[in-house]
Design a protein around this ligand. Sequence first.
Ligand code: NAD
Length: 489
Amino acid sequence: MDGNTTAAGSHHFIGNRWVASSTGQTIDVIDPSDGKAFAKIARGNAADIDAAVLAARSALGEFFRGDWGRMTATERGRLLMKLSYAVGDHHDELARLESRTTGKPLKQGRADVATLARYFEYYAGAADKLHGDTIPYQAGMTVLTLREPHGVTGHIVPWNYPMQIFGRSVGAALAAGNACVVKPAEDACLSVIRVAELAADVGFPAGALNIVTGYGAEAGAALAQHRGIDHISFTGSPATGTAVAQAAAKHHCPVTLELGGKSPQIVFADARLDDVLPVVVNAIVQNAGQTCSAGSRLLIERPIYDELVARVGHAMSQLKVGPALDDLDAGPLIRQNQLQRVWDFLSRAQHDNVPIAAQGSIVEHAPQSGYYQAPTLLRDVPSNHVLAQEEIFGPVLAAIVFDSEDEMLSIANGTMYGLVAGVWTHDGARQIRVARKLRCGQVFINNYGAGGGIELPFGGVKSSGYGREKGFEALLGFTTLKTIAIKHG
Ligand code: NAD
C-alpha cells in the first residue's frame, strides 16, 4: 500500500485478516495538502469493535492458553524486535503514508517512522525485564508480586502523530502481554493499518493486534464502553478524554489519558540565545503546531524580551509552508475546521489589539484547497488572555514578558494544562528550584523535547491528563499487580 492506493485501507484489520465494516460503509481519507480525497477507510461501529475484542480475547485464550497468551516475555520481545526491523525496511513507504495523510513534511514523516521503530525496539528489549518483587513480611511467610497483563487493551489514537502515538502505546501493551484493539483517528490512519499488517507478516498471532477504523463517536465510543476491554489508553482532546473516562468508569476500566497542553518555554536573561532560538522555533512549528507538547507560550525575562522577540520573529518570518511532500518547514493543518479554529484565535488577537510580531509565508504553488496557515508570533500577550490560556493547536506562538521568578511561576502554572516546560538558564540553583515548582509532567532544562525521548516517561497533570506513556513507566501502566502471600512455616 502506498499513498496512492486504496487497496487494504478500506478494511479493518482483525485477527490478522482484512475485514470490511459490518455495514459496508467507508470514509474518505483527505489529503490536507490539497483537500482532495485519495483513499478510503472502513467506517467501523459497535459490531466491528465486538469482533475485534473477540479476536483479541481468543488470542489470549482461556487461562492465557491462546497463541498470544501463552507466549513467554522473551518470545514477545523477539516479535517486537522483528516488527521494529520490518518498520525500518518499509521506512519510505510509511513516511509517505504518514506525510500524505497528516500533511506533515516528509522529513517529519521519516523521523516519525524512525521513532516508531525505536519504540518497538525499546519495548522488545524491556519485555523480559519486567518483573515483580518479594516483600519482607511475617515470619514463616513469603510474599511476592506478579506483574500481569490487563488482558485486552483499547487504544484510541489521534491524527497528529498516528505512528508515534500508536507505537508508544501498543509497543508497551504488547510487551507486557496484552492483546490490543486500536481505534486510530479517522483523518490519518493508513500508516497504522499498514504497521498492523507488518506485525502479522513477522509472526504476531491472529488477534494480538487489531485495528478498527472509523469515527470517534461510533467506533471510538463503542471501544470506550466495551465491557470486554480491560484498560483504555486515550490520546486526544480533554473533552473527548472526559467522555472516554466516563464510559470506561461504567465498567470500572482503568484509563490513561494523554490530553492537550499549553507548554511554556521559559527564557531567563542569562540564557544563550543562540541555543534557545532554533529550539523555540522548532517547538512551535513542528507538525504545524499540532503537537500536544508544542512550546506554545514563550515566557521571556524583561531584559532580553525585545531582543528575543525580534530574533524569534526574524526566524519565523523565514519559514515556508507548503504541501507535505515538498518537505518545507511546515505543511498544512489537518482539516478545514482546524484551520478555521486557528483563524478564530487570530481574529481574537486582532480584536483585542494583540500585535502580530512576525509571520512566515505560504508558498505560491500551495493549492488553494489545502489547509495552510503561516507560522505566527504574537507579542505582548497578557497571560490571562485566551491566546495564552487555550490550546490553539496551530503554529501560533504567544510571547509573554515576566519580571521575577515568582511571577514567571504563576504565569507558567496558570493554565488548565500541565504537560511539558522548557527552562533556559545557566544558574544551577535556579534550574532545580524552578523545575521543582513547575506543575507539569516533564521539564527540559536548556533543551526541549516536544515529541521526543521514547525512554522518558511522558504525561501530564491537571487537564493534560493522567498516567504515563513512554519509557519503562508505561510498561508498568499496562500491567496489573497481583500479590501472593504464602505461609510455609
Ligand atoms: P479528539 O479527542 O477529537 O480525537 C482523538 C481520538 O479520539 C480520535 O481517534 C477520535 O476518533 C477519537 N474520538 C473522538 N470522539 C470520541 C468519543 N466520543 N469516544 C471515543 N473516541 C473518540 O482529538 P483530536 O482532534 O483528534 O486531537 C487534537 C487534540 O488531542 C488536541 O487537544 C491535542 O492536544 C490532543 N493531543 C494530545 C496528545 C498527548 O499526547 N497528550 C497527543 C496528540 C493530541
